[in-house]
Design a protein around this ligand. Structure first.
Ligand code: ATP
Length: 735
């Protein structure tokens, strides 16, 4: 019998647990918008779809894929563009956020759902989104501090340095990552930083999407060598690659060749070309096998219009993938699935999230650096505050010296102006700043850097003081220039309203940034809020004179509460030449029965509502929509994906071992230790035998030992149950 585990070697790095990924009948579907020419559903259904977002047609991205990825080996996923390589990697990493999944993915024989896969894998995706203002060392240290399972600070910094050295990034340690506008590290270095950031997690499964794309050939080879080096430590390394050079191609241990969501070949690299040769595709000696496969064998001609020829090509390609399903190499993959590595998965294999306090601390430090290094943005924000205050101050300058009518009009105008600048300008500024960080948040969240609470709280910690200081500067300039009432109490209430409106604008900006995928879309939605908020703001039209059926809208406008608070604050007790003029004006304004403090309270309530909405939008952003959930329960009844992974393998795989000569199986598969059976066939010597140490395949030690005294292993079972143990604690098979 040959099995997948034949590939398995004891890891060289004792931090690594050998994790084998197997998958069976994996199909993945997404819903796409209805295409022109699609049959239209009945009217009622269309109306329902408008609200539910349903109604699209289902598209199959991956079709019935079965196979395995082995620990200690480097596997390349190759295939023409659109063949489903990235989708496959997204499924393996648990990054898939929508669609429907059929089939199973197992890690060491345990069902793994999206969240389990995210905890077990490190994923370097194509975009390698890293905060541009971080230096190389800061980026790697940030990942280490938040994701390395070990808490010891010295070990953390040692591990961070190890990763930097391994990726030859020492000379760029202090260089910023940069972006299109501010040049930082090169494309290849950036790619290597992204790999280092994942490597420090000590994850035993490393997935990379096109890590060599856009790199010169020398750097591409360096990255490929590095992947090989990582695989040799015992990790399972899977990479999507486009058109590798012959040198890189020869570094791969295994290949998964895909065509239109199906497997065209999966197995050892050496077996690939003979497999295709057998189907009549013989690679000329002068050609790079990867080029030959991707251009001559698997590619559908794109520039041909002859429909008969295209139909012929479709048939040819279908035959090719059908041939895989009937091949002996496919049978090997089936055996890998049926007889997986069953080694225990330990807690240490999970990426561990730090405490909330540590997450907040790391995020606050990073955000602070980001803000202070982004000097231009910071300066513009400060200048903006000063300019708006000065313009307002000049337009409404010395209003207290004017006659009562002008004074009243100016105070009302100034109050409205303050609300517009503090509320709407802040909302737009925040939206512009936060919207681009959306994808960074999504990537880091899904990669297990931090949770939503930590992200949220850190943003508030960083932004709150800035907005409060901003409003204080604004109030200090504007209040005295306009000539509002000279009273410390009134000044502080004025500042409190400005702060509350600014916070409300901040919360609205964050909400819009989290809710809309696209910044342009979010900006175009802002007028839809601004105009009604202004119309019902209490200044443009007298609230008492509005038509009854629409009057209530004033109560859902944060502008109205701010305007009312400022107007009441100023007109209350306002005198002209010793005469009270304020009460008359307030009566005419019809601003409602609430006082200044109550109005401030309402503005803060709006801030809280926008904040909650922002939080819900963030949750929505990372929510796993529609993906099949892990319904399986662990043996102790838990449906927690972590408990399932830490528990025993599925009965199916244990049962598959029944009746098999487990000792020769383990020897054949190079396992260093195996087996406890109350089954005479499997037991060398005594029927009470409980543990058998096989020769270590790496040390070449052939001194087989029999032992009865290993307490961690099974002893004979009084009930006569069969016990099977591969590398770990025994699992009882109730026969
Ligand atoms: N969420 C989705 N909605 C609609 N179509 C999708 C979705 N995800 C993937 N696809 C489609 O599935 C196919 C496979 O996409 P995928 O990105 O996995 O291909 P790929 O082999 O990685 O391509 P490339 O080499 O060009 O990156 C493509 O036709 C793509 O348009």
């Amino acid at each position: 019998m040959s099995t997948s585990a034949a590939f398995y070697k004891k890891p060289l790095d004792d931090r690594v647990s050998p994790l084998q990924v197997t998958f069976e009948n994996l199909s993945y579907y997404v819903t796409v918008a209805p295409q022109p020419g699609d049959k239209k559903p009945p009217v009622l259904e269309r109306v329902k779809n408008t609200f539910t977002g349903g109604g699209g047609t289902e598209k199959c991205i991956l079709k019935n894929m079965s196979g395995s990825f082995q620990p200690g080996r480097l596997c390349a996923i190759m295939g023409p563009s659109g063949s489903g390589k990235t989708s496959m990697l997204n499924l393996l990493s648990g990054f898939t956020s929508n669609g429907r999944l059929e089939g199973n993915i197992w890690v060491n024989g345990r069902t793994a759902d999206n969240s389990a896969l995210r905890m077990l894998t490190a994923y370097v995706n194509q975009e390698d989104i890293i905060l541009p203002t971080q230096t190389v060392k800061e980026a790697v240290a940030f990942s280490t501090a938040l994701r390395l399972p070990c808490l010891d600070k010295n070990i953390q910094s040692q591990r961070c340095q190890e990763a930097i050295n391994l990726l030859s990034l020492e000379h760029t340690e202090k260089t910023v990552i940069g972006d299109d506008e501010n040049k930082g590290v090169s494309g290849g270095e950036r790619k290597r930083v992204a790999i280092a950031m994942e490597l420090v997690t000590d994850a035993s499964i490393l997935l990379l999407d096109e890590p060599t794309s856009g790199l010169d050939s020398h750097t591409a080879i360096t990255v490929a060598k590095l992947m090989k080096k990582i695989a040799l430590t015992g990790r399972t390394v899977v990479t999507v690659i486009h058109q590798p050079s012959i040198e890189i191609f020869n570094m791969f241990d295994d290949l998964l060749i895909m065509k239109e969501g199906r497997i065209a070949y999966m197995g050892e690299r050496e077996g690939c070309m003979p497999f295709f040769a057998q189907l009549g595709y013989i690679c000329p000696k002068s050609r790079n096998p990867a080029d030959y496969l991707l251009t001559d064998v698997l590619n559908r001609p794109r520039d041909v219009v002859d429909s008969a020829f295209l139909a012929q090509e479709s048939k040819r390609l279908e035959k090719l993938t059908d041939a895989w399903d009937h091949s002996s190499d496919f049978q090997k993959q089936r055996e890998n699935i049926e007889f997986p590595v069953l080694e225990d998965i330990h807690e240490s294999s999970f990426k561990r999230m730090r405490s909330l306090g540590t997450q907040i601390k790391q995020l606050v430090i990073r955000d602070w650096n980001n803000m202070t290094r982004n000097k231009l943005l910071l300066n513009i924000r400060l200048i903006q505050i000063a300019v708006f205050a000065l313009i307002g101050g000049m337009v409404f300058y010395n209003s207290d010296s004017k006659n009562p009518d002008v004074q009243s009009q100016n105070f009302q105008g100034a109050s409205f102006y303050i609300i517009l600048t503090e509320f709407f300008v802040t909302a737009i500024t925040v939206l512009n700043t936060y919207s681009p960080q959306r994808s960074l948040f999504r990537r880091e969240f899904l990669n297990g850097y931090y949770n939503i609470h930590a992200y949220f709280i850190s943003k508030v910690i960083i932004e709150l003081p800035i907005h409060i200081i901003g409003s204080l500067i604004y109030s200090a300039i504007m209040y005295w220039m306009v000539g509002f009432q000279k009273s410390a109490g009134k000044y502080f209430l004025f500042a409190a309203v400005a702060i509350a409106e600014r916070l409300c604008g901040f919360a609205l900006g964050v909400h819009l940034a989290c809710f809309f995928v696209d910044l342009a879309l979010a900006i175009s939605v802002i007028p839809l809020l601004v105009v009604p908020f202004m119309a019902f703001g209490g200044m443009l039209v007298n609230p008492g004179e509005m038509p009854g059926f629409i009057k209530w809208c004033q109560w859902i406008s944060p502008v109205k509460y701010g305007y009312a608070a400022l107007a009441i604050n100023q007109f209350d007790g306002l005198e002209y030449k010793g005469q009270d003029i304020g009460s008359g004006i307030l009566d005419k304004l019809n601003l409602g029965r609430f006082g200044v403090a109550a109005n401030i309270g309402f503005i803060l309530m709006f801030s809280a509502v926008f904040t909650i909405q922002a939080y819900i939008s963030l949750v929505h952003l990372v929510r796993q929509q529609g993906i099949k959930k892990n319904k399986k329960k662990s043996k102790d009844g838990s449906s927690d994906p972590r408990a399932i992974i830490l528990g025993p393998p599925e009965d199916r795989f244990i049962n598959n071992l029944n009746g098999i000569d487990i000792v020769s199986y383990a020897q054949e598969t190079n396992m260093s230790s195996a087996t406890v059976f109350n089954d005479e066939k499997a037991i060398p010597g005594s029927p009470d035998f409980s543990y058998y140490q096989l020769p270590d395949p790496l040390s070449g030690n052939n001194d087989n030992r029999e032992s009865n005294n290993n307490n961690n292993r099974a002893s004979s079972n009084s009930k006569g149950n069969h016990r099977v143990s591969m590398f770990g604690s025994p699992y009882i098979n109730q026969n």
